[in-house]
Write a protein that binds this ligand. Structure first.
Ligand code: ZN
Ligand code: ZN
Ligand code: ZN
Length: 402
């Protein structure tokens, strides 16, 4: 496709006349951020008037619903009640943060069904219902564990076990039923300094021009650094390794991570899509880290070597402009779109949710953040999911793409 047009806002080359998808989604987000109570009420009443279309593929009602969940953390008990009465269990997010009585109603339904597809939907709804207040005493946790230990007949038709279903709600459990939390409630976006002055284009934010010096200061002072090139090289392609995230958790915004130092996640950006398993590294709190051995898929490479096709992009990657935002956003802020990089919260897994098992303690790692490749290199695809085990000081980088 010839790129004859330019996005009127950010100047990116485009094959059509109009805004690029990043600017369009950004505009949408800024609009929703300004929603008042009445705007939200309107979204919910629109859904209620079109319940039959709510769950359809690319339903605008579902899109609106995801928007207010992601940007306003809004849930509607009325919507939950009406959906439950009408046997509507998709989109699962309807039941996010459901009350204890709704949780109980969903559990009763699950325990009384023989229908595997209904059971599968209910497991998803329950996982999401549990997220906000899950603890060792949670009935949802106990039931999921019981179903894991003594699987009912419908389990045979499901693709994964209940410990994997639980992941959609940000938790799982070990063989003894002990709770493991996989996601933080807190979420902070990684914004781009290069976007700061673009906001004026739509007059969504009226603020003064942010000078180049101020932009550089923001990046320099950001406790999260993205894609920092290292001196050591990848054993497969001989290209430079990158610290895809360097998170100084001593910053007050990042206190929720509970780490008194720097978390570093390292990988080779050229090869990360071709590893057989997540890319693991150990890190020290002083900001140093060491990548563990990785293997390239046999179908890709006979002798475990790769061509380094990334060298031309090093300058572009370095110039990524990403810095940690000041204000917290809801946990689902980055869960439904591929245009915001985030620390904490939920990720937008392109394929299935994937949580690395820590090789030292055998527990699941927690999600530290997600970085979309197109935020580093224009037009490139895929997302990096960064997870870590605080106790063992290990990090993992997973790559997924469509
Ligand atoms: Zn644009
Ligand atoms: Zn490599
Ligand atoms: Zn561990």
């Amino acid at each position: 496709m010839p790129l004859n047009y330019k996005c009127p806002r950010c100047g990116k080359d485009l094959g059509y006349d109009g805004l690029c998808f990043l600017c369009r989604d950004r505009e949408n987000r800024l609009n929703i951020k300004n929603y008042k109570e009445d705007d939200i009420k309107k979204v919910i009443s629109n859904i209620l008037n079109n319940l039959d279309k709510f769950a359809e593929l690319e339903s605008p009602y579902f899109e609106d619903f995801k928007d207010i969940l992601a940007n306003k953390d809004f849930i509607s008990e009325k919507l939950q009640d009406i959906c439950f009465k009408n046997n509507i269990f998709y989109p699962y997010e309807i039941y996010y943060k459901a009350s204890k009585s709704m949780q109980k109603a969903l559990l009763d339904k699950l325990l009384n069904t023989k229908d595997s597809s209904l059971a599968s939907s209910l497991l998803m709804c329950l996982a999401l219902a549990a997220f906000d207040d899950i603890d060792e005493e949670s009935e949802i946790l106990k039931t999921f564990y019981e179903l894991y230990k003594n699987p009912p007949k419908w389990r045979q038709k499901l693709y994964v076990d209940t410990n994997i279903y639980a992941m959609s709600g940000g938790f799982s459990f070990d063989n003894d039923g002990k709770l493991q939390k996989l996601n933080y409630k807190q979420c902070l976006p990684l914004n781009k300094t290069s976007d700061l002055n673009l906001d004026n284009y739509f007059k969504l934010f009226k603020h003064r021009h942010i000078t180049k010096e101020e932009q550089e200061k923001l990046i320099k002072e950001s406790p999260v650094k993205v894609a920092v090139k290292r001196e050591d090289t990848c054993p497969h392609c001989k290209g430079n390794l990158f610290d895809i995230l360097k998170v100084d958790a001593r910053d007050k915004r990042l206190k929720f991570l509970g780490v008194d130092g720097i978390i570093t996640a390292t990988c080779c950006l050229n090869c990360v899509g071709f590893y057989e398993t997540p890319c693991l590294n150990t890190y020290n709190l002083d900001g140093t880290s060491k990548m563990l051995d990785t293997h390239i898929y046999k179908s890709i490479s006979q002798d475990d070597t790769m061509e380094n096709t990334f060298e031309d992009y090093y300058a572009e990657i370095k110039d990524n402009h990403l810095y940690l935002a000041q204000d917290f956003v809801p946990p689902f802020y980055g869960a439904f779109s591929d245009d915001v990089c985030t620390i904490g919260g939920f990720a937008n897994f392109i394929q299935d949710s994937e949580y690395t098992t820590c090789p030292k303690c055998n527990k699941y790692m927690k999600l530290l953040g997600q970085v979309h490749m197109h935020e580093l290199i224009n037009y490139s695809e895929g997302t990096l999911y960064i997870e870590f085990c605080k106790e063992c000081q290990m990090a993992s980088v997973i790559f997924q793409q469509t």
